[in-house]
Design a protein. Structure first.
Length: 88
């Protein structure tokens, strides 16, 4: 019998680089696009020192959910590096 997937919330913290401060509004759009491509939802909180991510994803188990959450964050950070924000 197949085990149904459950929804997991995964929190990931990423330190900001001093020379690189992404525009929070533009970054939210990029993060949402990265999450939707993996059937996840994301909320990002920007502080002075870090970006805190809450990624919500349906998965069979917690390790699978963490893998998807890390992929969402990586996709968003890569995409943000390719897109210049208006604040730069």
């Amino acid at each position: 019998m197949d085990k149904p997937s459950s929804r997991y919330d995964v929190t990931i913290r990423v330190a900001k680089q001093d020379c690189h401060q992404p525009d929070p509004a533009a970054f939210a759009v990029i993060a949402s696009q990265a999450a939707s491509s993996r059937s996840a939802r994301v909320v990002s909180i920007h502080t002075a020192q870090e970006i805190i991510w809450l990624v919500s994803v349906a998965a069979l188990n917690r390790p699978s959910a963490v893998a998807v959450a890390l992929a969402v964050v990586a996709d968003a950070l890569k995409a943000e590096g390719r897109v210049r924000s208006p604040s730069r």
